[in-house]
Design a protein around this ligand. Structure first.
Ligand SMILES: *Cc1c(COP(=O)(O)O)cnc(C)c1O
Length: 226
C-alpha cells in the first residue's frame, strides 16, 4: 500500500483523467475523503498530504477526529441525520449532504438561524426508491425543494445520491443529473452541485457531472466493518 500522499495523488489523477475525458476542468470536481471507520491517525496523514475535506457519517465517531485535526479541515456530514442530532452535527460540521426530509431541513434551518450561520446542504434523492435508503422519494422532491428554497439559513448546493447496487452506476448518475436539471427549472435554486460517486464508481460520476465525489476505501484502504 503506498503512503497517504501516494494514495491521494493516485485518486486525484483518476479524477483528473475522468475530467479530461468529459471535457471538464479538474477544478470542477472536489474530492471528499470519507474517513468513517478509519482512525484519526490515517486522517491526519491524509491532511498532511494536503487533503482538507473529510466526510463522516456518525457524529460520535467523528468528534474525536475533528478534535485532533487542525481547524482548517472541513467536515462534511454524509450519514442519515436525525433531527435531535442536528444541533451537535451543526456545531462540528461545515456541510450536510443528507437532507432527506422537509422536517429535517426545517430543523437545520432553524438551528442555523440561532447559530447565525448559513449552512451548505445537499438534498439527498432516493433514486432507486429503496426502502433501506434515505433520501427524498422522487415524487416528493420538487415540492420539498420549492419549500426549502425559501429557507434563509440553508444554502442548497445541489443533489446527493447513492445509487442502487443494481444496474449501471453511470445510468443512475445520468438520471440524477436530469433530476437536477429539471429541479433547476422548477425552483429558484441554482443547484450547481452533484454529490455522487464513491470508491467503485467515482469516474462514472465525474463523467455525468459530479462536482464532489465521496471516496473512502480507495483512499484509506479496505474498511473492516465490525
Ligand atoms: C461510506 C460512504 C462513502 C464512501 O464509500 P467508499 O466505497 O468507501 O468509497 C460515500 N458516501 C457515503 C454516503 C458513505 O456512507
Amino acid at each position: 500500500m503506498p503512503d497517504a500522499a501516494g494514495r491521494l495523488a493516485a485518486i486525484q489523477e483518476r479524477i483528473a483523467a475522468a475530467c479530461h475525458q468529459a471535457g471538464r476542468g479538474v477544478e470542477e470536481v472536489e474530492l471528499l475523503a470519507v474517513s468513517k471507520t478509519f482512525p484519526a491517525e490515517a486522517v491526519r496523514e491524509l491532511y498532511e498530504a494536503g487533503q482538507r475535506a473529510f466526510g463522516e457519517s456518525r457524529q460520535q465517531e467523528a468528534d474525536p477526529k475533528i478534535a485532533v485535526l487542525p481547524d482548517d479541515a472541513r467536515w462534511h456530514f454524509i450519514g442519515g441525520l436525525q433531527r435531535n442530532k442536528a444541533r451537535k452535527v451543526l456545531a462540528a460540521f461545515h456541510c450536510i449532504h443528507s437532507i432527506d426530509s422537509l422536517r429535517l431541513a426545517e430543523a437545520v434551518d432553524r438551528i442555523s438561524a440561532e447559530m447565525q450561520r448559513l449552512t451548505p446542504v445537499y438534498l439527498e434523492l432516493n433514486l432507486g426508491q429503496e426502502e433501506s435508503k434515505g433520501g427524498f422519494p422522487v415524487a416528493d422532491l420538487e415540492a420539498a425543494a420549492t419549500a426549502i428554497a425559501g429557507m434563509q439559513h440553508l444554502e442548497v448546493l445541489g443533489l446527493m445520491v447513492i445509487p442502487p447496487a443494481e444496474g449501471e452506476p453511470r445510468r443512475w448518475f445520468s438520471l440524477a443529473r436530469e433530476w437536477r436539471d429539471r429541479l433547476r427549472i422548477a425552483t429558484s435554486l441554482s443547484l450547481s452541485g452533484l454529490s455522487m460517486g464513491m470508491s467503485g464508481d467515482f469516474e462514472d460520476a465525474v463523467l455525468e457531472g459530479a462536482t464532489i465525489v465521496r471516496v473512502g476505501s480507495a483512499l484509506f484502504g479496505n474498511r473492516d466493518y465490525p
